[in-house]
Design a protein around this ligand. Sequence first.
Ligand code: PRT
Ligand code: ZN
Length: 284
Amino acid sequence: MKLKIAIQKSGRLLDDSLKLLRECSIDFNNGPNKLRSEAYNFPLEVLFLRDDDIPQYVADGVADIGIVGENVVLEKKQDIRIVEQLGFAKCRLSLAVPKADDFDSVSFLDGKRIATSYPVILQQFLDDNNIQAEIHELSGSVEIAPGIGLADAICDLVSSGSTLFLNGLKEVGVVLKSEAVLISNQNLTDEKEKLLSKLLFRIRSVKKSRKHKYILLNAPNDKLEAICKIIPGMRSPSIIPLTIPGWSSLHSVVNEDDFWNIIENLKEQGAEGILVAPIEKMIL
Ligand code: PRT
Ligand code: ZN
């Protein structure tokens, strides 16, 4: 018995999905044009699909779990459960209008034509804001719609914003923030639930390790107490005496988010020879 996971066949989600599975120590062959593959060292079968089809396949039980953008999950409205945010493929579904337009509030969109590939999410947003607008569904190249007179505004995915800029549009509101998520069928057997828990444990360890760094430094003994307060680590830092009297080496774990502030504080407290290394797995 194997857990079946659906991932994108090609596109923006593929590399990070493969990387995540590899970092969970799950190895499989994914040559080009592969439609499915079996992991060598975990009871997992990998199905390679178009991202738009993944929610439906998971809802139907063709796949047990899947990796897909939250935007697609919400658009497809399938009966599935989101199990974990995965922290990659971050983007936002935004409203944009031609640069020269005087957009003051969402009521600007009343009576307008909006082009999008996300009609379900957009309609919900319009309803929530009491806006009557005409939705033009397009499957791609949404950003050119205003320029060719097909729509007055668009609702499309944005990450850097350069596509909007190049098409003479400006972002005027965020409808949804999205990232890749792990989704699951609602009715997994107990056996498959157990496999999913095992996989989730690994995914969470990988996510934690990405947010943390291992740090080693030297400091005079009278500064150790202050330094331990700055980098308390998992339970507490390890302290190892140096061969020079009055000095110690201190090992701990720091959070990536506040990394440079922490380093400045450590230097102010007299830390020297600071080494920082990536952590491969972090199990608490
Ligand atoms: O073939 P398949 O159907 O599987 O793939 P696809 O072409 O539908 O999807 P793909 O691979 O383009 O995107 C997959 C998922 O990546 C999306 O559903 C989002 O969850 C996520 N994602 C993250 C993005 C972007 N960032 C993004 N920037 N998806 C699309 N874009 C588009 C955006 O619409 C714009 O047209 O990229 C363009 C460039 O964006 P800027 O702002 O960086 O210029
Ligand atoms: Zn797609």
